[in-house]
Design a protein. Structure first.
Ligand SMILES: [Zn+2]
Length: 299
């Protein structure tokens, strides 16, 4: 039993890496148009479809600051979209976390002169990955607990939640505009990815979602990592309820000795599926991620 469940987990971990790559390759980048949405004066969101991370932009007299960089093939489309906002140089790029849908465009942005900023754990993981990112894609500035940028008249506060989606997450808050990019901390209504190989966990995801609602206020425009462009506390609450219920069901099944296959087949998300099918993570995949995290804790 013990060995079997270990083998199952090994299979899941292997699948995680290969699925991530496969997903990136299945995107028809040529067909994607970048959609620019103005959120406040000098603040924009660039959207490249559900599979890619939303980019938050600050544009003003100091230049441009971006949060995240999408996949590499999107670079020219992003630059074209930015040129319609203004002609300023891209001076900073802050990454919410290491996943390729948020960072694979880093190298090209660095070549344009952007200084890349991240949590120190994100840089460590990127540099140590099996297929490490090119040196130019790595953050130049890292922080540990919290850092503030004074840019375009804005106070841009970068917070690190306890390990959540990964162990190197950043939440970026434009205090004056009251706009916050939360990366892949649960927010928009889809099944979230959990970076189970990157220090992420179910409990961490839930804690970070609650933390967002203590740093932000009900009027804050919250930019999710995917979909959106803007969500509020209501969506975060709905995701927390879904997480709590699915966690409880999967944990009970694990205690009852159920295998991953049995738990997936029991469809423990069924009553939450409606409205959550628009993302890259299917219900079965989400259940697999929850099971992977909870079963290794149970061992
Ligand atoms: Zn991610």
């Amino acid at each position: 039993m013990r060995i079997r469940s270990r083998l199952a987990v090994f299979g899941v971990l292997f699948l995680t890496a290969s699925l991530r790559d496969a997903r990136a390759q299945n995107i028809d980048f040529a067909a994607i148009e970048v959609q620019t949405v103005k959120i406040a004066d000098g603040v924009y969101v660039l959207m490249g479809g559900a599979a890619q991370g939303n980019i938050l932009v600050s544009a003003g007299s100091d230049g441009m600051l971006l949060v995240d960089s999408m996949y590499g093939p999107m670079h020219q489309k992003i630059v074209d979209a930015l040129s319609k906002i203004g002609r300023q140089p891209i001076r900073y790029l802050v990454n919410t976390h290491l996943h390729g849908d948020h960072t694979a465009g880093n190298e090209a942005m660095a070549r344009l002169g952007a200084v890349i900023i991240s949590h120190e754990n994100m840089r460590k993981r990127m540099a140590a990955a099996k297929n490490p990112a090119p040196a130019a894609a790595l953050p130049v500035v890292t922080y540990n607990d919290r850092v503030t940028l004074h840019f375009n008249g804005e106070e841009i506060e970068i917070y690190h939640p306890e390990p959540a989606h990964t162990d190197g997450d950043s939440i970026i808050y434009f205090r004056h505009a009251n706009v916050m990019h939360v990366g892949d901390v649960p927010s928009s209504l889809r099944y979230p990815n959990i970076g189970v190989d990157d220090g992420g966990s179910v409990d961490g995801m839930m804690a970070a979602a609650r933390q967002v609602m203590t740093i932000a206020n009900p009027a804050t425009k919250i930019i999710p990592g995917h979909l959106g462009p803007v969500v509020g506390f209501k969506e975060i609450q709905q995701q927390l309820e879904m997480f709590a219920a699915v966690k409880d069901r999967v944990a009970t099944a694990i205690r009852g000795g159920k295998t991953l296959e049995q738990v997936v087949a029991s469809k423990p998300t069924a009553d939450f599926d409606q409205g959550r099918m628009g993302g890259a993570i299917t219900p079965d995949r989400f259940v697999t991620l929850v099971y992977t995290d909870l079963s290794r804790k149970a061992r």
